[in-house]
Design a protein around this ligand. Structure first.
Ligand SMILES: *[C@@H]1O[C@H](CO)[C@@H](O)[C@H](O)[C@H]1NC(C)=O
Ligand SMILES: *[C@@H]1O[C@H](CO)[C@@H](O)[C@H](O)[C@H]1NC(C)=O
Ligand SMILES: [Cu+2]
Length: 332
């Protein structure tokens, strides 16, 4: 709380954001509560302008809340920190979709504690193949700001020159941690940074954007089994959007980028839409993963634990397979 009052005194946080502060414990999940009328998540463009603003204010507010995972930094920084620590388990294997589904749910709950009352929201980037920077999502007004700046740069913790986002609501945001390789993360803070290939390498963007456009998504939707669907989604459109924002969206601390969560909600929605095609897909889960504290990949199961590193109760994969019949309780 002392940290917060210093920020308020120096005007570093808006009174609106500061008004909702209360130290919070790890999110606990009541598994016995029935899911009735699951609320729908909507595309960013479907939110009212006031809801967009309230979402953005809540994101900024996370920086003023204490860490839940025992860090000396903020609740904002807990998300990239947890994501980095679990890297081997949550990427490149079966847990990718269920873990990120739960992670996005925990994040939305954190925004709720910061006063956001609007619907959960996703970014349908398949609408933006003409250039991500033209998307309303990347607007300076009621959006997440645009590309990094070639004139406002700084040196990151690992000695790179990074292009700071210098427009929009996050131009003063300073994420604390940065993954400098898959096993090393450093503190010290840096500006939120982006580096859009569509500006620096338009031809590369044109090639990549075909793979996250409507035709590619329609093809992915016809995948006949979990392995081809989940693998195609993670390695295809999911990875390409990370690459097409660049900057903070690339390293394993990518939840530093506020758009990470709108992106992953879209990834989650694509899985949800695929699951809608056949009820058996609500329990279709197989393949391998490098489980926590292990080095070799082994078979997964619906009873595997999805760890949240202290941000929230751990759940099982089974708990999150359906968003509408289980503790998460939402739809698209
Ligand atoms: C899943 O689908 C892919 C692509 O159609 C196919 O090659 C693979 O054999 C299928 N896997 C299983 C386990 O059925
Ligand atoms: C892995 O190791 C960490 C740290 O030692 C421990 O907290 C965690 O419970 C372990 N995870 C599992 C699934 O055993
Ligand atoms: Cu991830």
């Amino acid at each position: 709380m002392r940290f917060l009052s210093v920020l308020v005194a120096t005007g570093a946080v808006s009174p609106v954001a500061a008004g909702v502060i209360a130290a919070s414990a790890s999110l606990s999940i009541d598994k016995s509560e029935a899911c009735i009328n699951p609320p729908k998540r909507v595309e960013w463009r479907q939110l009212e302008a006031s809801q967009q603003q309230s979402y953005i204010d809540a994101v900024l507010c996370l920086k003023t809340k204490p860490s839940r995972t025992g860090l000396e930094t903020s609740l904002y920084d807990d998300f990239p920190h947890v994501h980095f620590n679990l890297n081997k388990y949550i990427h490149g294997g079966a847990p990718f979709l269920p873990w990120h589904r739960y992670f996005g749910y925990v994040y939305l709950n954190a925004l709720r504690e910061c006063g956001y009352t609007g619907p959960g929201t996703y970014w349908d980037w398949s609408l933006d193949t003409a250039g991500l920077r033209h998307s309303p999502v990347m607007s300076d007004v009621n959006g997440f700001g645009g590309d990094g700046s070639s004139t406002r740069t700084e040196t990151s913790q690992d000695g790179r020159t990074i292009r700071c986002v210098d427009s929009g609501p996050f131009s003063n945001l300073r994420p604390e941690y940065l993954a400098i390789d898959p096993v090393t993360m450093v503190g010290g803070g840096h500006c939120l940074w982006r580096n859009l290939p569509e500006v620096s390498e338009p031809e590369a963007f044109e090639t990549m954007s075909k793979f996250f456009g409507p035709d590619s998504l329609a093809e992915l939707h016809t995948a006949g089994n979990w392995t081809s669907f989940a693998g195609g989604l993670e390695g295809g459109p999911h990875g390409l959007i990370h690459a097409c924002l660049g900057g903070d969206m690339n390293p394993t601390t990518s939840p530093n980028e506020p758009l990470f969560f709108l992106h992953h909600a879209q990834v989650d929605r694509l899985w949800w839409l695929w699951q809608q095609e056949d009820e058996s897909r609500l329990s279709e889960y197989n393949g391998k993963a490098i489980h926590y504290n292990q080095t070799e990949a082994t078979e997964v199961s619906l009873d595997d634990i999805l760890m949240m590193g202290g941000l929230a109760d751990d759940l099982t994969v089974r708990d999150v397979m359906s968003t509408q019949n289980g503790p998460l309780c939402y739809a698209y």
